[in-house]
Each structure stands twice: as structure tokens, then as C-alpha cells.
Design a protein around this ligand. Structure first.
Ligand SMILES: [Zn+2]
Length: 313
């Protein structure tokens, strides 16, 4: 069977509130103690090994460090999702960017995980400086890109609903140019780093992960399943090795994420979400040989071609 991967961005409640411009984020509210055991249960049920992209600021706190230990004990890869989950990370100077990465690495290893070899930025964007720092620090892959045209729509949504328009919001979620970005893994020219894009629907380039599926599920569970089935079929037809992205909100109800009423899919009860996620993962497994992101990159490494595509945020 063809390879595929599943990865989880362990975005915490405070990180969502921060991106949304809600000042309550500063008290760092957390839902990790609820989300992580539930997600690990679903992965265990489906005998899946995944990659979890952990935010350094969370790995420094008790519940985040516990989450890292539990994730490692369950056999999953822990990768770097930046320290502060700053949506405008691509605007950082080179020294600031490196400090951000190093602090997250230190927090993750102090919590008990091996030194990460994979990175995903919080804003779906990469810069040449980021790729160079990652390569120099021994990373093997980046997984930050999301090749879709829907970014500008997500940005319009954000600007409409954010309580205060944080400076730089217009940079969020990338631009129209990303529709031309590759939807399959490739090796960056120069650094040799492997890029593992978050897979979007082949040909149509619309996202197929969590919040999008849940929005359809709220209209009709059959519609959501049909949409995901179509995505898998198109992946098979186009030879796309899917890299599926998950979030804690894929298993949490609105009551378990106070302040996130604005977020799509939060009206769906947690148990119903976990059931949908279980169905998604088993459908993926029926068609592909599913592993974590690092293992996916290992399996693909020899087949990858270089691309010169520039994807500056
Ligand atoms: Zn994130």
C-alpha cells in the first residue's frame, strides 16, 4: 500500500484565543488534560503511530510536559510547533526565529522527548531563513505548507470576527499564490530539507482536515463522509500520498473549549467528533499505509525530487 501520514498540531486553547485576538489568552487557558488522553485513545484504537507537533510554551508547563511524556510513551513522534505559536513568525528576524526554535526544542527535550527533527510553523508559511535554520539545526523535514486557495477566505473570516484586529492579521494564512504550491512531498532546493505539505483535496485544492469536515458534518454526517471519501479517491487517482492534519478541536466540544464559540464545528459534541475522527482514520488506513510524519518522510526520501518553488509568507 502507498504511504500516508497523520500528524496532530497540539494547539492549546490559549493559542486559538491569541490568534483570534482575545486578550484572555494571556492567562494561558489550557485544554490539554482533556484533549490529549482522548486523542491518544483514538490513535490507540486504530493502532496508529502519529507525529504530534508540540508548542514549546506548553511543554514548559506541567500539563504540557505530562502530555509530552504520554505521547512519547504511546510511541508517537514529537516534533516542534514553535515556542510561542506566534502567527506572524515569518516576520521574525533570523536571530529571533532561531531563538524561538531553540527554546521549543529545549522545552520538548526537557519534557522527555527526543530532540525533534520535524517542524511545522503556526501560520502555514515558510521563509528561506526558516529553512536554513532548520537544516543547520539538523532537522530532516518541514511540514508548514498548506497548498490551498482558501487562505484568503479564512483570512476574511478572521478579520470579520476578531475582537481586535491584531497588527499583521492581513498576513495570516498565506496568499493566493499557494494554490500553485505542491500538494505532494518534495525536497527544497539548497537546504535539501524535505517538505511535507498538509494535503488538500487533489485538483480542487480545498482543505480536508478537521474544521472543514466538521462544518460539513454539521450540515449532514453523510456529506462529511462523502467529501472525505472523495478526497481519498482523488489521492489514489493522482498518486498523492496524503498527510492528514489533526487538531485537539477534532475531539473537543464547545464546553471544553470556552471562548472558542467562533470556531467552526464547536457545536458538535466531543463523543460525536471522536467517532467521526475514528471513521476518518480507519478510512485512511483501509487505503494507505499510515505512519507519522517522520516515518512518512523516511519512506519517501529516495523518491523525492527537488523543487525550487518559493513560498515566502
Ligand atoms: Zn498550530
Amino acid at each position: 500500500m502507498r504511504p500516508a501520514s497523520v500528524s496532530l498540531d497540539l494547539d492549546n486553547l490559549w493559542a486559538y484565543l491569541k490568534t483570534h485576538g482575545n486578550p484572555d489568552w494571556e492567562s494561558r487557558p489550557s485544554f490539554l488534560a482533556t484533549a490529549v488522553p482522548r486523542l491518544l485513545d483514538v490513535f490507540g484504537e486504530h493502532r496508529l503511530t502519529t507525529t504530534v507537533f508540540v508548542v514549546g510554551a506548553d511543554a514548559e508547563r506541567d500539563d504540557g510536559a505530562q502530555a509530552v511524556r504520554d505521547i512519547v510513551a504511546a510511541g508517537h513522534e514529537v516534533a516542534n510547533h514553535s515556542w510561542g505559536h506566534e502567527p506572524w513568525l515569518h516576520r521574525y528576524s533570523r536571530p529571533e526565529l532561531e531563538a524561538e526554535l531553540v527554546r521549543a526544542e529545549d522545552a520538548i527535550t526537557a519534557a522527555g522527548a527526543p530532540r525533534p527533527v520535524g517542524f511545522r510553523g503556526p501560520g502555514y508559511s515558510v521563509t528561506p531563513a526558516l529553512l536554513e535554520i532548520l537544516a543547520a539545526r539538523g532537522y530532516r523535514y518541514d511540514a508548514s505548507t498548506l497548498p490551498t486557495w482558501i487562505g484568503p477566505l479564512a483570512r476574511a473570516y478572521h478579520n470579520r470576527t476578531a475582537r481586535d484586529r491584531a497588527e499583521g492579521a492581513s498576513d495570516l494564512f498565506g496568499g493566493f499564490g499557494k494554490v500553485l504550491a505542491p500538494n505532494t512531498p518534495f525536497r527544497w532546493h539548497g537546504t535539501g530539507l524535505v517538505e511535507l505539505p498538509v494535503t488538500t483535496m487533489p485538483l480542487l485544492r480545498v482543505p480536508i482536515h478537521g474544521a472543514y469536515l466538521l462544518q460539513l458534518h454539521q450540515i449532514s454526517p453523510r456529506l462529511a463522509r462523502g467529501y472525505f471519501r472523495a478526497a481519498l479517491r482523488l489521492c489514489l487517482l493522482t498518486g498523492t500520498a496524503p498527510s492528514l492534519l489533526l487538531h485537539p478541536t477534532d475531539v473537543l466540544s464547545g464546553a471544553e473549549a470556552p471562548g472558542m464559540e467562533f470556531f467552526p464545528g464547536m457545536a458538535v459534541p466531543g463523543a460525536e467528533k471522536a467517532a467521526l475522527l475514528g471513521w476518518v482514520l480507519s478510512s485512511l488506513r483501509e487505503n494507505f499505509d499510515v505512519a507519522g510524519a517522520g516515518a512518512h518522510v523516511d519512506r519517501l526520501s529516495e523518491l523525492l525530487r527537488e523543487r525550487r518553488t518559493e513560498l515566502c509568507g
